[in-house]
Ligand binder design. Structure first.
Ligand SMILES: Nc1ncnc2c1ncn2[C@@H]1O[C@H](COP(=O)(O)OP(=O)(O)OP(=O)(O)O)[C@@H](O)[C@H]1O
Length: 255
């Protein structure tokens, strides 16, 4: 059977440093899959290679058997894999709805301003319906006309996901979505992610908040020094001796 999202012997070198070293794992359709590991393990680099931000030194990423590694970011997005960034990439001066509109055109136009002004009324109507649907999905519809920069931190992160969702992706890559969130915002965000998964979107998530990862993920891959270290459900990973050792070496605790 064709694997859904397959990372196959992915390797990424920066000069003499091998940040990701022949990493292989598979993300199943309709799951929340966590990618964890101590600082510097290579998680963000892996994300960047999957999303098209980096071209891997060797190895491949395949979606439903089709190679997507080495493509440009918007080409990867067009094939259904969209990422959010560690830090907010919203347009603070634009409204919430306008930000979501940018998302509807993410797979098609790298030029974001064209997304707002550069297409005919028919296109805009369809795009606006999709943008409003995304806001509805993330409980942001009542804030559509607010300036994105005026939203609370939690709402801004939800809007970041709505922008990604507006592109109707098959896979959303989330890079540290809980950073800077209070427990209530984290709880709400976890609910939104489950809703997204139950709606059929596959999620690959990098996150340091172990409690959130353990409570959220169907499956977890742990990497260390660029290499695959362990994989399994939260209970398997939580008690895995190599995982515990890797984290203790980095003075962190596994929840
Ligand atoms: N553009 C780059 N040029 C050179 N080295 C890099 C580059 N990006 C990452 N690295 C190095 O690759 C290694 C892996 O970094 P990466 O950011 O992927 O790890 P990480 O697991 O995401 O870490 P963290 O949890 O701290 O975010 C590190 O040693 C880092 O210094």
């Amino acid at each position: 059977m064709t694997k859904f999202l397959e990372i196959d012997a992915l390797t990424m070198r920066f000069g003499g440093l091998t940040a990701v070293d022949a990493l292989s794992f598979t993300v199943d359709h309709g799951t929340i899959h966590g990618l964890i590991g101590p600082n510097g393990a290579g998680k963000t680099t892996t994300f960047n290679a999957i999303s098209g931000f980096y071209k891997p030194t060797s190895g491949a990423v395949r979606l439903r058997g089709e190679v997507i590694s080495g493509l440009k970011m918007h080409e990867v997005a067009r094939r259904g894999v969209v990422r959010t960034f560690q830090h907010s990439t919203l347009f603070a001066e634009l409204t919430v709805l306008e930000n979501a509109l940018v998302g509807t055109h993410m797979p098609f136009r790298p030029n974001i301003f064209a997304a707002i002004v550069g297409y005919d009324r028919h296109d805009r109507t369809g795009a606006e319906a999709r943008a409003r649907e995304a806001l509805e999905f993330f409980n942001l519809a009542h804030l559509a006309d607010n300036r994105a920069g005026d939203l609370s931190h939690g709402h801004q992160r939800a809007l970041g996901m709505a922008v990604a969702y507006a592109a109707h992706p098959d896979v959303i890559l989330l890079d540290e979505p809980f950073t800077g969130m209070n427990p209530e915002e984290t709880r709400v965000m976890m609910g939104l992610m489950r809703k997204l998964r139950d709606d059929g979107t596959t999620i690959l998530i990098v996150e340091h908040d172990m409690q959130a990862i353990m409570g959220l993920c169907d499956r977890i891959t742990c990497m260390s020094f660029g290499k695959w270290l362990a994989e399994g459900g939260p209970d398997h990973i939580r008690h895995h001796p190599s995982v515990i050792e890797a984290y203790l070496g980095g003075a962190r605790h596994v929840a």
